[in-house]
Ligand binder design. Structure first.
Ligand code: AHR
Length: 535
């Protein structure tokens, strides 16, 4: 087979450099950086995940089989549920017991009439068929850890304690353990990750940071732990371009440690949310090259938000015992719904693949700061990996990025330096202040991780039309053999949908590289993964 991407050595005219510093480890790439998020919103849970035991759609105990199969392929470490904003309206007791006896409740999102246009059905009136037991089964089928977000806006700490008891009390030990057994699991679920609310500065209660510090203390005091070290996650900032909300991070931590610095021990991590938004007049599939760059530029803001919050956290936690999570992230486009009940859904394109790839690279480069990250959301929603409609199911461009990047999981993140002519991010947007306009974007960026003798290097070439020739330099190592996987398409608008599921799929081939320096040409608008066996 012909060696891919290899430029002749004479092509020294390359104007890019990708330098991997094998002696400069950053930290371990926690598999949890590849986590996902599922909310009772639009068609995520009902239809996306849950199709019902009696459905003609292939399912495993009511859970869509195609989804489970794809999730297993991805080695998904952790899944967050039940929200999102929904979490702070959810009473977990509604989702236990026999399906026929569960109450039907108005979904949180139906209270946002400007957004929610769902006709009558489970997206509007939640039948609670998918509750704790069903979520846990979904996690078990996927081989993922559950991460459960508690309701701190409209339930009490006592309700939270009892949810923990329902999930984690030993078999046969408590009344709630018996209820759990009747729901299908005699054994405890041993849930470790508990989110203490969601966006508590907004839909999760409109708290001020000092108020939320009190809420956090109350909800995490004397929670029954059943011998586990529970990992409580504080609701952190909702960073956006205009306001990274460092004041929330500071205000919360300041008020927490003011009571006692010891309380930091209860805080496993602080979660941040960051979305990048459609610019211009387009949507997920209609955009100009300028809007392509604007979106990538916005996604790259994650690279500065993480250290910004990390530094603020250091003022209250010098040792950095508390890690950062990014438990919602992704590109949020104007919705192009597949139907009125598909709130926030759109068909992701190649642009979204690059957004996701560069974001996962950012996470790797900050591996020592991050405990978990969760793409929002798994199916039929923002930054979605899958689209599902009745018996139709398709893996989007974003799925393929996660599939490529799973080889980073558990590796040692290494410092990687890229140089390439930067790209100016032009105007052309119609929003009053188009993010990324008038700025410049790097010409190449990526990340690297080491797994014994295997070096994984991922690189994004954001240029919409030009390849980028580069010298790849392995400082402190030599390549023996390699294979390359590339995700791209001739058209920057390319995407997968139900009728065209394989328009954008990665291609893997051997790459004949050797030594500590070699040339490589990165295709336009591409995500490249080099898996290099070191000598
Ligand atoms: O992911 C959709 C919503 O975005 C979530 O419910 C909320 O947490 C965020 O604002």
């Amino acid at each position: 087979m012909a060696a891919a991407g290899l430029a002749p050595r004479s092509a020294r005219a390359s104007n890019g450099l990708v330098e991997v510093l094998l002696d400069e480890p950053i930290g371990t790439v926690a598999p949890e950086l590849h986590g996902h998020f599922t909310e009772h919103i639009g068609e995520v849970v009902y239809n996306g995940i849950w199709v019902g035991e009696d459905s003609k759609i292939p399912n495993v105990g009511g859970i869509r089989k195609a989804l489970v199969d794809h999730m297993r392929q991805l080695c998904v470490p952790v899944i967050r549920w039940p929200g999102g904003c929904f979490a702070d309206s959810y009473n977990w007791r509604d989702g236990i017991g026999p399906h026929t006896q569960r109450p039907v409740r108005t979904n949180f999102w139906d209270n946002v009439p400007s957004l929610c246009k769902a006709p009558d059905g489970p997206q509007k009136y939640d039948p609670n068929t998918f509750g704790t037991a069903e979520f846990m089964r979904f996690c078990q089928l996927c081989g993922a850890q559950p991460y459960v977000a508690a309701n701190v806006r409209s339930l009490t700490p006592h309700d939270f304690d009892e949810w923990v008891e329902y999930c984690n009390s030993p078999a046969g030990s408590t009344t709630l353990a018996q209820t759990r057994a009747a729901d299908g699991s005699r054994d405890p679920y041993n849930v470790l990750y508990w989110g203490i609310g969601n966006e508590s500065w907004g839909c999760g209660g409109d708290f001020r940071p000092e108020e939320y510090a009190v809420v956090f203390r109350r909800f995490t005091s004397w929670v029954p732990d059943f011998g586990l070290k529970l990992r409580f996650i504080g609701s952190g900032p909702g960073a956006d371009m205009r306001d990274p909300q460092v004041s929330w991070t500071r205000g919360f931590l300041e008020n927490l440690v003011a009571k006692s610095p010891r309380l930091l021990e209860r805080l496993y991590g602080l979660s941040m949310h960051y979305y990048c938004w459609t610019t211009g007049s387009g949507n997920s599939l209609g955009y100009t090259p300028d809007e392509w760059y604007q979106m990538l530029w916005q996604a790259n803001v994650m690279d500065s938000l993480i250290p910004q919050h990390w530094q603020a956290m250091a003022d209250y936690d010098e040792q950095h015992k508390v890690k950062l999570l990014v438990d919602e992230w992704g590109a949020w486009h104007r919705t192009t719904p597949l139907g009125p009940s598909y709130l926030f859904s759109y068909v992701p394109s190649l642009r979204d693949a690059l957004v996701s790839a560069l974001t996962l690279d950012v996470f790797n480069r900050h591996a020592e700061k991050l405990a978990m990250c969760n793409d929002a959301q798994l199916v039929n929603n923002i930054n979605t990996l899958f689209l599902a409609m009745e018996d139709r199911f398709v893996a989007t461009t974003i799925f393929h990025v996660f599939d490529m990047y799973k080889s980073h999981q558990g590796g040692r993140s290494l410092r990687l330096v890229c140089e390439a002519p930067s790209i100016s991010v032009g105007p052309n947007g119609v929003r009053s202040s188009v993010e990324g306009e008038g700025k410049s974007l790097w010409g190449l960026a990526g990340s690297a991780s080491l797994h014994r003798k295997t070096l994984v290097v991922t690189v994004v070439n954001p240029h919409a039309s030009e390849p980028r020739a580069a010298e790849v330099s392995l400082c402190g190592g030599e390549a023996k053999s390699a294979q390359v996987t590339v995700l791209t398409a001739p058209d920057i608008h390319a995407h997968n949908d139900f009728d065209h599921p394989d328009t954008v799929v990665p291609k893997t081939e051997p790459a004949s590289v050797s030594g500590s320096r070699f040339s490589w040409t990165f295709k336009p608008a591409s995500v490249t993964k080099l898996e290099i066996e070191l000598a």
